[in-house]
Design a protein around this ligand. Structure first.
Ligand code: FAD
Length: 498
């Protein structure tokens, strides 16, 4: 491609969740006057897992104009109000990372600070008692946010079958002109001068030319990693889990509107309820547990009948040092991977797409815009990495794996958050980081991190007033959550409308 040429042909390499999310969004927002071609190989297939999402997925679907009832029906989705963490801080302990806020700030001070000050009073419940999403989750109830507090504070996302989501978006993209080419890419053509990718060559001597290439080829990172040689920053010294075994089992009753993550001796296990089945997976460190042991442990801890053979996956935590190089933008696993503890991969796909659209080139590729894209993506990945490390670092669990993660050095950026919180429980959100103060508070406190002193601003509060406010909130949230339909009833009604 000549440096100043118009972007007329966009080639997306890969038809997993990343490829079809990209095709759907590009066909919706930048498709006019451009050809969008997606190349995928059924013989290679997709990674085939990924069921948990976080609230920004709603924004993505809304921007695409997707009808929620249809989407929920087509992807067999259920609702998600947060994640219950079992045995993470220590054995026989649980906490909830809610979507949405924890209570409401009092005189500008976040409610969790009040909770920290009075947490030892016997009238004060667990922190999750003061979150409307957590209160609804506890009662297996769900509804969209109401117009008035506290129900207006409900935060939600979905559990869905990522393969079905990909196929749903394929229909969406194809209806808007995106073309699909089936076949295995065997070589890549590059411009002799600029080094830009000019075409991908498929088996059977077929050639697909393009001006801009989006690499959604999965862990292999065919264009960005293999062809352009953009290095992979390995984070496995902070996140040593490198294997997963996934398996579906029969649907559970009642249908819980949350993910459960249970700590295991060398990692953790997920439980994700969908409409028709429950997804389960064991994420573990192969340096600390054998595959046979990991599989046995997973199968011994299913809530229902096993419905299919296990699916074994290998991965490494980290990201490419740049997501956009030359005329190749990598999105999804081709750009990086963080284990699914906080369900952030599909969100990082969404971020990659939104930033690409926000910086979409008109004539040629502008190096300033490309550099900005890379800066924004680095700023997206790194704080999520820190947030995930937090779960491993702040624990009292023991055993070879947990001793290792509890004692490992952590990134300076995370150490700063720990140090700051350790003084007066203060948390700030930096730049455009994904997880906001209530999420950090829920997990830091959930993992039993406590500050040395309480927030000084609260000194002007009388104990009676503070405890009264907490009690009033707790009662109000419990009652409001109890007024909602059950999760199963809400879903059944919604799907019937589709
Ligand atoms: P893939 O699904 O691997 O797709 C790659 C595509 O490239 C395929 O279509 C393949 O055919 C094509 N391809 C590759 N090479 C070639 C070639 N030579 N020629 C032609 N085509 C080619 N994310 C979440 O958000 N929530 C979760 O709960 C979650 N859980 C996960 C659990 C595990 C254990 C793992 C490993 C991941 C999880 N993820 C989760 C991540 C999620 O699965 C991925 O982010 C998502 O599926 C996107 O994958 P992808 O499209 O980038 O890659």
């Amino acid at each position: 491609m000549s440096e100043a040429g118009p972007i007329r042909r966009i080639v997306i390499v890969g038809g997993g969740t990343a490829g079809w999310m990209t095709a759907a969004a590009l066909s919706r927002f930048v498709g006019t006057g451009r050809r969008i071609v997606l190349v995928e190989s059924e013989a290679i297939g997709t990674v085939g897992v990924g069921e948990g999402t976080i609230p920004p997925v709603n924004e993505f679907n809304r921007q695409l104009g997707i009808d929620e009832a249809e989407f929920v029906r087509e992807t067999k989705a259920s609702y998600k109000l947060g994640i219950e963490f079992v045995d993470w801080a220590t054995e026989n302990h649980r906490y909830f990372h809610q979507f949405g806020d924890i209570g409401q700030p009092i005189d500008g001070v976040p409610l969790y600070q009040l909770w920290l000050k009075y947490r030892q009073d016997k009238a004060v419940g667990p922190l999750s008692t003061y979150s409307i999403s957590a209160a609804a989750a506890r009662q297996n109830r769900f509804s969209h946010p109401g117009s008035e507090a506290p129900l207006s504070g409900i935060g939600y996302a979905y559990h869905f079958d990522a393969n079905l989501y990909g196929q749903y978006l394929r229909r969406y993209a194809e209806a808007r002109g995106a073309e699909r080419v089936e076949g295995k890419i065997v070589s890549i053509d590059r411009d002799g001068e600029s080094g830009d990718v000019t075409a991908v060559r498929l088996e059977g001597e077929r050639v697909v030319k393009g001006d801009l290439f989006v690499d959604c080829s999965g862990f292999r990172s065919l264009l960005l990693g293999e062809t352009l040689g953009v290095p992979f920053e390995d984070w496995s010294h902070w996140l040593p889990c490198d294997r997963a075994i996934a398996v579906p089992c029969a649907r559970i009753e009642p249908l819980t509107p949350f993910t459960r993550s249970t700590a295991r001796p060398a990692g953790w296990q997920w439980r994700i309820p969908l409409q028709h089945r429950t997804g389960n997976g064991h994420v573990y460190s192969s340096a600390h547990m054998s595959e046979d042991e990991a599989e046995t442990l997973l199968l011994a801890n299913l809530d229902g009948e096993q419905l299919a053979a296990t699916n074994k996956l290998r991965f490494k935590a980290g990201r490419r040092s740049r997501s956009w190089e030359g005329n190749v933008v990598a999105i999804g696993l081709a750009a990086g991977f963080l284990e699914p503890l906080e369900s952030t991969s599909i969100h990082l796909i969404q971020r990659g797409i939104q930033k690409l659209i926000g910086l979409f080139p008109s004539r040629g590729i502008n190096p300033v815009e490309r550099a900005e894209y890379n800066r924004l993506l680095t700023e997206s990945y790194d704080p999520i990495r820190d947030f995930i490390i937090l779960h491993y670092k702040a624990t009292r669990r023991t055993g070879p794996f947990w001793d290792h993660v509890r004692n490992m050095p952590i990134p300076d950026s995370l150490q700063h958050k720990f140090d700051l919180f350790g003084e007066h429980g203060r948390i700030f959100r930096y730049n455009d980081e994904l997880f906001d103060v209530p999420s950090w508070a829920a997990v830091m406190i959930g993992q039993e991190m406590f500050p040395k002193a309480s927030e000084p601003v609260l000194a002007s509060y009388s104990d009676a007033r503070a405890l009264g406010a907490l009690e009033e909130l707790r009662t109000r949230y419990e009652k409001a959550a109890g007024s909602l339909p059950t999760h199963a009833d809400f879903l059944a009604k919604l799907v019937a409308q589709a």
